[in-house]
Design a protein around this ligand. Sequence first.
Ligand code: UT7
Length: 329
Amino acid sequence: MSKIRAAITGIHAWAPEYRLTNAILETMVDTNDEWIFSRTGIKERRILKGEGLGTSDIGVEAVKGLLEKTGTDAKEIDFLLCATTTPDMLFPATANIICDKIGATNAFGFDLNAACSGFIYAITTAMKFIESGTHKKVVVVGADKMSSIIDYEDRATCVIFGDGGGAVLLEPAKDEDGIHDSELYSDGSGRVYLHQKAGGSVRPATAETVAAKEHYVFQDGRPVFKAAVKGMSGAITTVLKNNNLTVADIDWLIPHQANKRIIDSVGGAIDINPEKVVITIEKYGNTTSGTIPLCLWEWEDKFKKGDKIILTAFGGGFTWGAVYLTWAY
Ligand code: UT7
């Protein structure tokens, strides 16, 4: 029997309406549009406003749109995997909450936390369930409400992150197009540069941890920047080599959107035509697990069946990797 391949058969994404522009940030912290745009490439990010709304609500909007587009009934989903760093609650899993809200009563699900690499980790995990033959309609959500863990008095982080996400449907491929390869890596020693200090089992929430603002993202940006460029360029090079491809063969590179300068440096390191590099950071900032699905959704109309695409990401952990696929529709 020939090997079952997983293919992306639909994509939908969603971002909240409220736009937090650089001009608004200028009124909140000591920053300016020139610094933010030249150092990060970001003009605005979306923020989920409203009492009681969380990452599951971003996921629900994305999955509802995905089901409508692909003519899929929620009850047909047999597995829903949610990549997120900002779950609605520490438990239960946001995947379970999304399934409940959309009526996916036949699905099992869980969350996967690989910070900004969450979506490529999740798509790789989900693909294995398709390849094994046990599951046929798998939804992979990548979503984050980063505003829930950002200190809007810290100019070093509040200008970068935003809320949003998306979802893809994975099904057994009908032909040769689909997901061909994935290389994932992690290095826990990188945790010192990017983490959330409190709220976990080492430092549970107390009045002191809240007062010390330890429930927000801590980032030492420069070492993360360097490791991100090295990690993503290396992973792309390995995936190209594994599949006997050169960079000229690739139609689209879809990098995690953390910083336009990181994306440009990765592009330069592998020497890819900049026109093939998908960039949405100007509109959404860094939505962590949401960046790659937002890119896929924004570019969906430009993709042709058979296009060779590389997804790549780097994030807290450290985690990083690259996925090679050919577009299936
Ligand atoms: O997605 C997960 C992985 N994360 C990443 O990949 C992020 C990687 N890192 C980065 O993207 C960049 O390091 C940042 C965008 C976070 C920061 O850019 P940078 O060019 O590395 O700046 P820096 O942190 O070295 O700071 C340079 C200066 C500092 O001032 P001094 O010490 O030189 O006087 C900062 O205080 O810029 C200052 N600064 C700001 N100034 C105006 C930092 N943030 C701001 C700001 N507005 N928002």
